[in-house]
Design a protein around this ligand. Structure first.
Ligand SMILES: [Zn+2]
Length: 84
């Protein structure tokens, strides 16, 4: 894994999302719910250092309020837990 992919993986790990293996065409990774494995999006690996964490931080409130993330509610629960 490249440094940037490792960085993306860590950033999403913090909100309860894991990265799937790269898609066959390379530069996109599927985002999977860490609890149930459902696909909840894609992320490209053409990011600058630090950008992945910025993106996740910017979406944090949306995950925490349940507007983004998996229907099973794992991201929301995880962020609530982290806050209290
Ligand atoms: Zn889920």
């Amino acid at each position: 894994m490249s440094d940037i992919v490792e960085e993306i993986r860590r950033a999403y790990e913090g909100v309860g999302i894991r990265l799937d293996h790269p898609a066959s065409y390379g530069t996109y990774y599927r985002l999977l719910c860490a609890a149930c494995g459902r696909m909840i999006g894609n992320v490209g690996d053409r990011l600058l250092p630090g950008q992945a964490q910025e993106i996740v931080d910017a979406q944090r409130e949306l995950y925490a309020s349940g507007l983004l993330g998996c229907a099973c509610g794992h991201q929301q629960e995880r962020l609530k837990g982290a806050r209290s």
